[in-house]
Design a protein around this ligand. Structure first.
Ligand SMILES: Nc1ncnc2c1ncn2[C@@H]1O[C@H](COP(=O)(O)OP(=O)(O)OP(=O)(O)O)[C@@H](O)[C@H]1O
Ligand SMILES: [Mg+2]
Length: 262
């Protein structure tokens, strides 16, 4: 369904953001992607929805391969994926209903089916009563629900969420997370970048940890953690070997400093 094979990504100005990452996401899986700021989470997600292309390796998503991408492939792929971001990205001058309807219009849905489908989606995310509200009239959690409804218009096989609860308080976070769980239970895979340790701790979903552009832990594949540990040991050994040894013995400050002599 989604497969990354030996993927590296170097940005022109900032260098290596992903370092030889391999990953398989199965149909209907829920995956947390975690790791410190700058570790490559957003970059990995952008490669999956093909906003970025890998520098090396291959990204395969639902029959589309980054190495043999043809004109039109990306548009076709985007119709099968839903994406939500930390900052919601709604159109401010349109109501909740119109935001979701617009996403359907651009995919060429028949005008007569749009209102019913929008109502169904807004009901699914618990916002039927706010259909006529503008984004500025909605709380952060409600705006994210509209964004999720919009991401679901094409019945995607995967929902990609880049820190979807990053701007929300605890209560709204729990609500949005519960919604993502329901969407996943109905069969849609969810790939979610998050810093929220509580969410990860309270659920049994597969958790992948990144550091410096590498996968360093995968709860579904302990071999990833073992490889990362072996690589760390190699790096440490290389660093020790490269360290310049002092030509004179080090002086123990505590004992020999004049300041400590009584
Ligand atoms: N568009 C870009 N152009 C150049 N460099 C980029 C770009 N996007 C990300 N980077 C670099 O790639 C690295 C990984 O960034 P990325 O946004 O993937 O991290 P992240 O794990 O999502 O971090 P955060 O938790 O802060 O969102 C960073 O060092 C960053 O500077
Ligand atoms: Mg990010």
């Amino acid at each position: 369904m989604i497969r990354l094979v030996d993927v590296s990504k170097a940005y022109v100005r900032t260098g290596l953001a992903l370092d030889n990452v391999s990953l398989h996401v199965a149909k209907g899986e829920f995956i947390f992607l975690t790791g410190p700021s700058g570790s490559g989470k957003s970059t990995l997600l952008k490669l999956v929805f093909m906003e970025e292309r890998p520098t090396a390796g291959e990204v395969r998503v639902s029959g589309v391969n980054s190495a043999t991408l043809k004109r039109g492939d990306i548009a076709q792929l985007r119709r099968k994926l839903g994406v939500v971001f930390q900052d919601f990205r709604l159109l401010d001058d349109r109501t909740a209903h119109a935001n979701v309807a617009f996403a359907l219009e651009v995919t060429g849905a028949a005008p007569n089916v749009i209102p019913a489908k929008v109502n169904r989606l807004l009901t699914q995310v618990g916002l039927a009563s706010k259909a006529q509200a503008f984004p500025r009239e909605l709380s952060g959690g409600e705006q994210q629900r509209v964004a999720i409804a919009r991401a679901l218009v094409n019945d995607p096989f995967v929902l990609i969420a880049d820190e979807p609860t990053g701007n929300l308080d605890d209560r709204a976070t729990r609500g949005v997370f519960q919604l993502l769980r329901e969407i996943n239970a109905a069969g849609t895979a969810v790939l979610m970048a998050t810093h929220n340790v509580e969410l990860m701790r309270r659920s049994e979903y597969r958790t992948i940890e990144m550091l410096h552009g590498r996968l360093v832990a995968d709860s579904a594949d302990p071999a990833v953690a073992a490889r990362a540990a072996a690589r760390r040991a190699e790096d440490d050994a290389a660093a020790r070997a490269a360290a310049v040894r002092p030509s004179v013995p080090l002086i123990d400050d505590q004992q020999d400093s004049p300041l400590t002599v009584q």
